[in-house]
Design a protein around this ligand. Sequence first.
Ligand code: ZN
Length: 70
Amino acid sequence: MKKYTLLFLIIGAISLPSLIACGGDEIKTDAPAEIAKEQYRCPMKCTEEILDKVGACSVCGMELEKITKS
Ligand SMILES: [Zn+2]
């Protein structure tokens, strides 16, 4: 019975780091396939309006700031 316990511990010791390493690979993110679209929004967030080009806020007139999507 002790032999099996030792074997289990050895298998556990070998498989655990490899499982962690495997998980680490999955966390690694690839660049999104879709083309990053630039979006602009009022820096004061006084409106939910999001435009795809540079402009001024229709409410406060401030220059829209670029939204960086992650
Ligand atoms: Zn505004």
